[in-house]
Write a protein that binds this ligand. Structure first.
Ligand SMILES: CC(C)(COP(=O)(O)OP(=O)(O)OC[C@H]1O[C@@H](n2cnc3c(N)ncnc32)[C@H](O)[C@@H]1OP(=O)(O)O)[C@@H](O)C(=O)NCCC(=O)NCCS
Length: 143
């Protein structure tokens, strides 16, 4: 397993992970836009030529907003998301970010457990944020 950034070579693999893991995935075009977005920070996990997971964040004004994290189903519960978040947290510390923040579906217990394990705390709720139906839980890790 190798951890890399987002590159023209792995961007389609990242998009494939996204399509496999989410019902309303980001488009390939959105990921391509991030190739030239100097505020975008990605850590991607590659098993040979295959992208098996990624985490993506936008950095602005010293804050890191995590857009998504996903691991292909057959590679889950092996510590890979934890590994990617460790890279992101190290990046945040090295770049003097104030905090990392994210939104997660209330029903996504696995992801919420992961973030909690990594030191994120619940700081708020956005009512009916997803499809005007499901609440988003806001979670933040302060440095
Ligand atoms: C959420 C997700 C990224 C976790 O990836 P993963 O590689 O399986 O997570 P890890 O193996 O690094 O898990 C680390 C810890 O997080 C917690 N955790 C992860 N998935 C969990 C689950 N499904 N249920 C309960 N706890 C979970 C556990 O504490 C786990 O440690 P343990 O395995 O020693 O108990 C993965 O399930 C996924 O891609 N889901 C679909 C996309 C998604 O929902 N992304 C989050 C959007 S906000």
């Amino acid at each position: 397993m190798v951890v890399t950034g987002l590159t023209p070579k792995n961007v389609e693999g990242v998009s494939l992970v996204e399509k496999t893991c989410f019902s309303t995935p980001w488009s390939l075009e959105s990921f391509r836009n991030d190739l030239t977005n100097e505020n975008a920070v990605y850590f991607c996990l590659e098993d040979g030529d295959k992208v098996i997971g990624y985490v993506g964040m936008w950095e602005s004004f010293g804050e890191g907003n995590i857009n998504n994290i996903a691991i292909l189903p057959q590679y889950r519960r092996q510590g890979y998301a934890k590994l990617l978040l460790e890279h992101l947290i190290s990046y945040g510390k090295e770049h003097n970010l104030t905090f990392l923040t994210l939104e997660v579906r209330e029903s996504n217990e696995g992801a919420r457990a992961l973030y909690q394990k990594m030191g994120f705390s619940q700081v708020g709720v956005r009512k009916k944020y997803y499809e005007r139906t499901e609440d988003a839980i806001l979670m933040t890790l302060h440095f």
